[in-house]
Write a protein that binds this ligand. Structure first.
Ligand SMILES: Cc1ncc(COP(=O)(O)O)c(C=O)c1O
Length: 386
């Protein structure tokens, strides 16, 4: 199946018409328990361990990444937590300096007390990465595109360090779904997604996945699905399967819109910084250009220039007509205006935020499927009011 183009795999990957009815929409199997024969091992026994609808989603996700095997969890963070549960006390991992705040909170407040340690590192050069390695370093855990600065990480460089040190790297590809790049093409050991974002794409599901080509890691994750139980319900698996089918068209559309909005903001005198990998002015543009296909995604960040600006007035005006929504998250049909300072990176200290230039004037915009002209209109009204 993985020989077909991605567009085809998005629709058909992991799926077959139902052999009994011919139905082509996926089978939603809600049954928790399955009939068994005494003394015979069954494929399905109890839905915490195996569920047919979840299996279709897992096969689809693995197929989209070009192979490997997937384990789906009840959110992106549940996927990360289960991955970290495969570590042992004393193990160490290296993560990016700019990492999703939820990942940092999870490590700092849940795994560190259990004896897992981590170091945040600049991942832009081999020397910088290597100086943070300890004898206990088990993985590099990276984000392909960091947030909210949207700096791409050079995956060939990660592969090089990984080969040289024999320390595998795991890539959180939430901001770079397979419609734009695949980390297994650059030697990743495992790929993680918050499926809640681009993959499911409709603002109605929380889901996460770990995909790996390593049998030992996969078997352990399957064991953890059954034993810890942070699995995704069949209804949500169904919604993910259906949502994924339109990933490519959504990705290309929001990428076009984001570039248009980023260019508008770049030319606006009330804006001091625009961070979008599709803009030539962005520090990561060359790396993004090397790895990302069919656009740079729907997320951009921007900073309001004036230090005395009434931020509440700006937000109120932008969302006045209900076209843009001020809220957390990204990659939904609805355009979302987020505030990294208290939302995605709210768990960082003020010093950490200052170091990463996550200032109180920085906003993140996730373009939805509306007309970019209308989004520019809404932003313009907000900017005019301040
Ligand atoms: C890069 C990244 N990884 C993981 C997560 C966690 O995913 P979820 O919200 O599905 O738990 C997020 C959430 O925003 C994210 O941005």
């Amino acid at each position: 199946m993985s020989d077909y183009d991605l567009q085809t795999l998005l629709v058909h990957g992991g799926e077959r018409p139902d052999p009994y009815t011919g139905a082509i929409a996926p089978n939603l199997v809600r049954s928790k328990t399955y009939k068994q024969e005494f003394g015979v091992n069954s494929k399905y026994e109890y839905s915490r361990a195996q569920n047919p609808t979840r299996l279709v989603l897992e096969e689809k996700l693995a197929c989209l990444e070009g192979g490997g095997r997937a384990s789906v969890f009840s959110s992106g963070l549940a996927a990360e937590a289960n991955l970290f549960l495969t570590l042992s006390p004393g193990d160490h991992i290296i993560i990016p300096s700019e990492v999703y705040g939820g990942t940092l909170r999870l490590l700092r407040n849940v795994f560190v007390p259990y004896g897992i340690t981590y170091t945040q590192s600049d991942l832009s050069s081999v020397e910088n990465i290597k100086k943070n390695i300890t004898p206990n370093t088990k993985y590099f855990f990276i984000e392909a595109l960091t947030n909210p600065s949207l700096i791409p990480i050079d995956l060939e460089l990660m592969d090089e360090v990984s080969m040289e040190t024999s320390i595998p790297y795991i890539a959180d590809m939430t901001f770079c779904p397979p419609s734009t790049m695949r980390a297994f093409d650059y030697g990743a050991f495992a790929v993680i997604h918050s499926v809640s974002k681009y993959l499911s794409g409709h603002n109605d599901v929380l889901a996460g996945v770990v995909i790996t080509r390593d049998d030992k890691l996969h078997d352990r994750l399957k064991f953890l699905q059954k034993t810890v139980g942070a699995i995704l319900s069949p209804d949500e698996c169904y919604r993910c399967i259906q949502g994924i089918k339109t990933l490519q068209v959504r990705w290309e559309k929001v990428s076009e819109s984001a570039l248009e909005v980023a260019s508008y903001l770049f030319d606006n005198e009330k804006i001091s910084r625009v961070l979008y990998p599709g803009l030539e002015s962005h520090p990561g543009h060359n790396i993004a250009e090397k790895y990302m296909r069919k656009g740079y995604g729907g997320v951009l960040s921007f900073e309001i220039a004036s230090e005395n600006c009434d931020l509440k007035k700006f937000v109120d005006e932008v969302q006045r007509d209900g076209i843009v929504t001020y809220g957390e998250s990204l990659a939904s049909p609805e355009t979302l205006l987020a505030y990294p300072y208290t939302m995605s990176h709210g768990s960082l200290t003020s010093e950490e935020k200052e170091k990463l230039k996550i200032t109180p004037r920085l906003f993140r915009l996730s373009l939805g499927l509306e007309s970019p002209k209308d989004i520019i209109h809404e932003l313009g009204r907000g900017l005019e009011a301040v």
